[in-house]
Design a protein around this ligand. Structure first.
Ligand code: NAP
Ligand code: F7E
Length: 361
């Protein structure tokens, strides 16, 4: 078993929670950063907090406060735990919101990694650094996208991640640091944030089935994404960091689907037609869109021996089942409830700013 210490920034996010579980299972001592919030958001790691006694100085799992906008907190975290590996997952990770909070998105996502890299460089320790880079950097570059595809970011988020990607590379090239990038395509799970489209849809279906919601409002349904399972992707990033030399890798399933496909494939699991429930609202559309993402992960397959285990259809099922379970339902009982909602043809009165999907597309 490993005696390594890993520091995970953004440990209470979707990826941080899966990565913490993976590293603990490999015998790591795991330290994770959370930032101060008016109410602590630790739901995704509460099971780990319960399993380990944080008061024990040797405890393999501990949280600490750090904010990527606060360099002293970044330094403290690194000095305190002296990590062998740093996984920088902390970010303002919502692309749509980055059009509104562009400045703080750049501050956190671009300057934040710089603060960590600079601190590691100054310590002179042989710490390995992982940067959570993103397929959003490819932006308008047509698919399939691999490590040689030009970056054409379409949002402040995409620009922030592209900056961090190059800062990571610069620290590798200029200072010989073990600094690597994983260019991860969209990855989802039952722990996905509620305002990302897949989770918004699966949670929406669960609320529609129970009668808590009548319609689901979305934006652009034409965009295509290469969606994988977050748990599988954490195995990939661990392998990137264990590789004998620092490098950059695309991590993807090599399969792509539109939002429309995701709607069809999840609503149909409870025998509903998504067209009866989904509305298109301009407020969920972005000023610029990334039209199509489809990764070519052949380098990761060849060099790291990594490939995803979970298929797109398994992911749809896993996410919907989990959101139904949270409401005390199984897929079977949801189908029974959904029967009452099935109407062959219905005419609804729509508010003026809302367009039914059939007309909007
Ligand atoms: P997530 O669920 O949004 O988690 C991000 C975490 O970062 C949250 O715990 C958040 O804390 C924390 N954070 C935000 N601002 C911070 C700050 N100023 N200082 C310290 N922590 C801060 O995102 P994720 O899906 O797990 O993604 C993990 C990383 O991979 C992110 O960098 C994301 O941009 C990148 N990425 C994600 C995907 C994907 O499809 N999921 C694909 C490619 C790359 P709060 O809860 O306090 O906000
Ligand atoms: O949007 C469209 C939206 O917000 C996917 C982040 O993890 O992956 C993620 O970014 C698509 C876009 O993810 C709604 O316009 C339609 O085309 O789920 P999303 P994203 O923007 O692809 C990348 C790789 C990251 O790095 C990011 O951190 O769905 N869409 N209607 C909608 N999206 C949202 N959120 N909400 C809607 O109502």
């Amino acid at each position: 078993m490993s005696k390594k210490t890993a520091l995970i920034t953004g440990i209470a996010g979707q990826d941080g929670s899966y990565l913490a579980e993976l590293l603990l299972s490999k015998g790591y001592t795991v330290r994770g950063t959370v930032r101060r919030a008016s109410y602590p958001h630790t739901e995704r790691v509460d099971h780990l907090l319960k399993a380990y006694d944080e008061r024990d100085p040797q405890c393999p799992f501990k949280l600490m406060y750090a904010d990527l906008t606060d360099v002293s907190s970044v330094r403290n975290a690194i000095e305190e735990c002296q990590p062998d590996e740093v996984y920088n997952l902390a970010a303002q990770s919502h692309v749509g919101i980055s059009f509104i909070t562009g400045e703080s998105t750049l501050e956190i996502n671009a300057l934040g990694p710089y603060r960590i890299l600079d601190t590691l460089r100054r310590t002179g320790a042989k710490t390995r650094y992982y940067q959570a880079s993103s397929s959003e950097m490819f932006g308008a570059s047509p698919p399939p996208q691999n490590e040689s595809t030009p970056f054409l970011p379409q949002s402040p988020y995409g620009v922030s991640k592209t900056t961090a990607f190059y800062l990571t590379r610069v620290h590798r090239v200029a200072y010989g640091m073990f600094a690597c990038n994983g260019i991860l395509f969209n990855h989802e799970s039952p722990r996905r944030g509620l305002n990302f489209v897949t989770r918004k849809i699966t949670r929406g279906i669960a609320s529609i089935v129970t009668g808590e919601m009548q319609t689901l409002a979305l934006g652009n349904l034409d965009a295509k994404r290469d969606w994988g399972f977050a748990g599988d992707y954490m195995e990939a990033i661990w392998r990137i960091v264990q590789h004998h030399e620092p490098d950059d890798f695309v991590i993807a399933t090599e399969d792509t689907h539109s939002i429309r496909d995701f709607l069809k494939d999840t609503f149909s699991l409870v025998d509903l037609d998504w067209n009866d429930f989904v509305m298109c609202e301009d407020r969920y559309k972005r000023p610029a869109e990334v039209p199509a993402l489809l990764g070519d992960a052949s380098k990761a397959r060849r060099i790291l021996g990594w490939k995803p285990k979970t298929t797109y259809r398994e992911l749809c099922q896993m996410m919907l089942e989990s959101d139904l379970r949270a409401k005390g339902l199984t897929m079977e009982s949801a189908r029974v409830l959904a029967q009452k909602l099935r109407k062959p043809s219905r005419t609804r009165a729509y508010p003026a700013n809302v367009v039914p999907m059939a007309k909007a597309s």
